[in-house]
Design a protein around this ligand. Structure first.
Ligand code: PLP
Length: 394
């Protein structure tokens, strides 16, 4: 196969592809999006690795799309990936698969808690966490992260009092953390798990961003921790965020605890969720088998995008402060110096800056005065965003 390098600077028109980010701004954000630069949904504007496209072409050319199952190649590719990229040895029997991380989290919330129970999340939190907790009749209980010049941190004292007060059965962890970009360290995770174990709280760790690290960073999964922790953790992972395959739909929930895993598989079967999409498996397998060099290039591009954007903000919109991150392609921007409430901030971004970010308030009360923008795009879009932000002044 020719070694085709992806040109991440290439601008590709995504309109009229059913793209939520580009074609559905009006539908989801209730705004006229025609002249706005979409920087909200977290998917990137790059083609997936050429090896993945080739694998998909061959599979499509085969032409038969009958019922399909995950085969040896699928499991082996994922296990090899985690061993090589993250020094994490996964066992094949831990794998359960659901079409997406969010639907899997929702099913696990149903399975591991009762209506009316508290489920802990750490704000600013990914909005879908709160949505699936409340829409399943459970209560969101917040353990807010603390803001710090070094990046956000856990508040263990607050977490302990939250456990005592609400006796939650579950905590949803996000690692690396959307929106702040923190990658939790082994020490932080160990301390978190010690508290959770002492209070009988199961941790579901959403690790969908694990591969998107900034240079010099390493990823620690809850599955890297001591064996004793494994009975009480579930890790969710997918190739989708890493390789730009979000609409193809397959994710893995790794569950070392055999009883919990069995119960989850029963639950999937109870919903008829035991058939897998052939194209999603082809794509994920090819990505894990052949996507490494491409991902290295992508990570370099994203790191350079982040460096450039932060520097440009410093000149063009110094009121806007970028949170220090260790991973993801998200920038969590503190706009409080503008002195606007969230409605006024949104209006200014839309009408003056002409950008559609994710508004911080959709990440809970911790997000007030912040916006999240997506740096996973050709540099040209970031230049446009900077020009727009430069028009705002405190
Ligand atoms: C932390 C986190 N989890 C899950 C998802 C979505 O996962 P899926 O599309 O597999 O449901 C996202 C997407 O942005 C995310 O940021």
């Amino acid at each position: 196969m020719p070694d085709v390098k992806t040109n991440f600077n290439q601008v590709i028109n995504r309109h009229n592809t059913g793209s939520v980010k580009w074609d559905f701004i009006e539908h989801y954000l209730q705004l006229d999006g025609s002249d706005l630069l979409p920087m909200w949904v977290s998917d990137f504007d790059f083609k997936c690795p050429p090896e993945v496209q080739n694998a998909l072409h061959s599979r499509v050319d085969h032409g038969i799309f009958g019922y399909s199952e995950r085969d040896d190649h699928y499991y082996q590719a994922a296990m090899d990936w985690f061993a090589k990229r993250h020094n994490l040895q996964l066992k094949r029997e831990w794998f359960t698969s659901v079409e997406g991380v969010v639907p899997g989290l929702a099913l696990l919330i149903q399975m591991l808690s009762n209506p009316g129970d508290a489920v802990v999340i750490q704000g600013p939190y990914y909005g879908s966490f709160a949505k699936i907790i409340t829409m399943n009749g459970r209560n969101v209980v917040e353990n807010p992260l603390t803001e710090n010049p070094q990046g956000y941190q856990f508040d263990f004292a607050q977490l302990e009092s939250c456990f005592r007060q609400h006796t939650p059965p579950l905590l949803l962890l996000c690692n690396p953390h959307n929106p702040t970009g923190r990658c939790w360290t082994r020490d932080e995770l160990t301390q978190l798990m010690t508290l959770c174990r002492a209070h009988g709280v199961t941790v579901i760790s959403d690790e969908i961003w694990a591969d998107l690290l900034l240079p010099g960073q390493t990823f620690t999964s809850v599955l890297h921790l001591d064996k004793d922790c494994q009975e009480q953790v579930i890790a969710a992972t997918a190739a989708s965020k890493t390789f730009g395959l979000s609409s193809l739909r397959i994710s893995n929930f790794l569950i070392p605890n055999a009883r919990m895993r069995g119960a989850f598989i029963d639950r999937l079967n109870a919903h008829g969720l035991d058939v897998f999409n052939a194209l999603s498996m082809t794509a994920a397998t090819a990505a894990y088998q052949h996507g490494e060099a491409w991902l290295d290039d992508l990570q370099r591009y994203l790191a350079e995008n982040r460096r450039w954007f932060e520097q440009a903000l410093g000149y063009a919109a110094p009121w806007c402060k970028m949170t220090r991150a260790e991973g993801t392609y998200l920038a969590w921007l503190d706009c409080r110096a503008l002195g606007l409430d969230d409605d006024a901030l949104q209006q200014a971004l839309i009408h003056t800056s002409k950008i559609a970010p994710s508004m911080g308030r959709s990440f809970g009360s911790q997000g007030k005065g912040f916006i999240r923008i997506n740096l996973g795009c050709p540099r040209q879009y970031l230049e446009d965003a900077i020009r727009g932000l430069a028009k705002l002044t405190p």
